[in-house]
Design a protein around this ligand. Sequence first.
Ligand SMILES: [Zn+2]
Ligand SMILES: [Zn+2]
Length: 61
Amino acid sequence: MKDLTKTFACEVCGKVFKHPDSLRQHHKAHTGETKCPVCYMVMSRKYELRVHLRKRHNIIQ
Ligand SMILES: [Zn+2]
Ligand SMILES: [Zn+2]
């Protein structure tokens, strides 16, 4: 059985992380910071969003 006391759960979607930093990073997905303004796909990092915009939509930011 997993020890859930050592994990950090997102209070918005319930996703569980092992590190508080990962949870903080993940929270940006809910604030819209990493959401693609074109297709509304949500990335876990701002860097991924920049790559996504460039590759998918040819947008350089
Ligand atoms: Zn979440
Ligand atoms: Zn997109």
